[in-house]
Design a protein. Structure first.
Length: 132
């Protein structure tokens, strides 16, 4: 049966589901729907996956990763704030690659959140809010 015939008969979704039923298997069932937050203060630390590691203002930060669980998505997440008068010096393993080759170059006074899965990193940064 041609794909256009399937569409016309409203069977494309059913056809797709039948093709894919043996190709998609859940990686893990019953996974927690919450991420723990760990307040950090050390400037050199190995972080665990699937936990949000949060630093306040910190001038230098060296992060490595503990081993993740086999067969699971291991996301390494962290947040830090640069002092208002200087950028934080951030050191990560050399295997980390940044989305769109846009490596993180912190700015003074900004807060950053970073997510790394399979050594592929993305980040967002926010300038400190003024209460004036």
């Amino acid at each position: 049966m041609a794909q256009t015939d399937l569409i016309n008969e409203g069977l494309l979704a059913e056809y797709h589901d039948e093709l894919m039923k043996d190709e998609i298997t859940p990686i893990k069932t019953g996974k927690a729907d919450k991420v723990a937050i760990v307040q950090q203060s050390e400037s050199s630390v190995a972080i665990n996956p699937n936990v949000l590691n949060v630093w306040g203002e910190i001038s230098s930060l060296a992060i490595t990763f503990t081993a993740g669980s086999s067969g699971e998505v291991n996301e390494y997440m962290f947040q830090f704030t640069c002092p208002s008068d200087a950028a934080t010096t951030l050191t990560l393993p050399g295997t980390v690659r940044w989305a769109n080759d846009d490596s993180l170059d912190p700015d003074a006074g900004f807060t950053y959140q970073v997510s790394i899965v399979d050594n592929l990193a993305v980040y967002a940064g926010w300038e400190a809010q003024s209460n004036a």
